[in-house]
Ligand binder design. Structure first.
Ligand SMILES: Cc1cc2nc3c(=O)[nH]c(=O)nc-3n(C[C@H](O)[C@H](O)[C@H](O)COP(=O)(O)OP(=O)(O)OC[C@H]3O[C@@H](n4cnc5c(N)ncnc54)[C@H](O)[C@@H]3O)c2cc1C
Length: 358
């Protein structure tokens, strides 16, 4: 087994490393930096795609952001993310290289890929980790249970198999008991110039070009890639300020919410009802079936405070809630509560911030 921690990195449509991927490298750094002397790990940036130049460029950035080496899996079938080809490509490589761990950030692709890979490699997997503790040389991964009301520590019994771990974006932050990070996760900056090795691994699926006559392989086909409109939801996982709206906001309320988020240089979040009603896209959903956020400031407007929503925002440092119902459950997890109509409060708040800033 190789003493390597692989971090699966993702890029945006321009080939830029996602901030969640930089965060993942920082988290791999925390594990490596705190390992016992005889357990020193190399951090390997794992990238997959079809365009060599784009991959290489990203790999160099990853090397500048904490990776010791980079492996690029290249193949035409990896041009866009597909669970089938990506898990096949990474699975084949991991099957022969046998890294100690493969880390995924709990993004949409990470949630899709990690369990497939674990099944393929017959490896153990711990999902949605929020922290880790080292106890007597053993790594204990912390994850939430029972809708976030309890924290449990989980470890791998089998040490001689690759371990698959998915980590919640925005979590960790070097706060792990017994774990000291040089820098909080997510704060690693690009520092081009660090030397590291880049290895290229060509990929072709086993059956490409070798279909028997008449054999039918049913595969999903990508017909079109639609760029999302400029969507601040994508930044939710790492945003310092989030203004979120719920059923009480309505489409008009969301215009005010966006205005306030803009003023505060923040991102816009939403409850499930707001998403289901089509007022905002699913990328903005906060909670059990959406993203988990940990901003410094979470302002929510017209959100009642269901357990499924709270589980996604309870770790925000300061929660400000605006709700017309003084008994709304959201006030139980709020630092500041404003009881009243958000359609009156938000314009007043926006005007006051503007006045204050001159
Ligand atoms: C399996 C499962 C998964 C789920 N996952 C999620 C999830 O990830 N995220 C999520 O959010 N939900 C999730 N839900 C849904 C969740 O149970 C709630 O239904 C949802 O969170 C409620 O959204 P809301 O608070 O916006 O709406 P409501 O519960 O309808 O609350 C609206 C609130 O707005 C207030 N209000 C109304 N008008 C005004 C006004 N003018 N000014 C101020 N306040 C006003 C009301 O007093 C009320 O408190 C899930 C449910 C299930 C079953």
């Amino acid at each position: 087994m190789k003493k390597e921690i692989w971090a699966y990195l993702e890029t945006d449509s321009r080939g830029e490393l996602l901030s969640s991927s930089k965060e993942l490298l920082a988290k791999a750094g925390i594990i490596a930096a705190t390992a016992e002397e005889e357990e020193k790990y190399l951090i390997c940036a794992l990238l997959a795609g079809a365009e060599h130049d784009v991959l290489e460029n990203t790999a160099e950035k990853a090397l500048g952001a904490g990776a010791d080496k980079a492996v690029l899996i290249e193949g035409d079938e990896l041009a866009v993310y597909s669970a089938e080809f990506y898990s096949d490509a990474i699975g084949r490589l991991a099957g022969t290289e046998k890294p100690k761990m493969i880390l995924f950030e709990r993004t949409t692709d990470g949630m899709d890929l990690a369990p497939r890979l674990a099944a393929r490699l017959q490896a153990g997997m711990i999902s949605d980790c929020v922290d880790l503790v080292r106890e007597g040389g053993k790594l204990l991964w912390i994850r939430h249970a029972f809708g976030g009301t309890a924290a449990v520590s989980v470890s791998f019994r089998e040490q001689e198999r690759t371990q698959i771990i998915s980590i919640r974006p925005g979590s960790f932050g070097g706060s792990g008991r017994g774990i000291k990070a040089a820098e909080p996760a997510g704060m690693v900056q690009d520092a081009p110039g660090k030397k590291g090795a880049i290895t290229i691994k060509p990929y072709k699926s086993a059956d490409s070009g070798s279909r028997a006559a008449g054999e039918k392989i049913v595969r999903p086909a990508l017909l079109e890639v639609l760029e999302a409109a400029a969507d601040r939801g994508a930044d939710l996982g790492t945003a310092n300020v989030i203004v979120a709206g719920g059923n009480g906001a309505g489409p008009e309320g969301f215009k005010l919410i966006e205005e306030l988020a803009d003023l505060l240089h923040g991102a816009v979040g939403a409850s499930r009802v707001a998403v289901d009603k089509g007022w905002i896209s699913h990328a903005h959903l906060i909670g059990q079936s959406g993203i988990t956020v940990t901003p410094d400031l979470y302002i929510n407007c017209g959100i009642s405070g269901s357990v499924q929503h709270i589980v996604g925002m309870r770790d925000a440092k300061c929660v400000v809630s605006i709700n017309k119902d003084p008994k709304a459950l959201i006030f139980n997890v709020s630092d500041y509560g404003i009881v009243g109509n958000l359609h009156k409060i938000l314009p007043a708040l926006i005007a006051e911030i503007r006045r204050h800033r001159g």
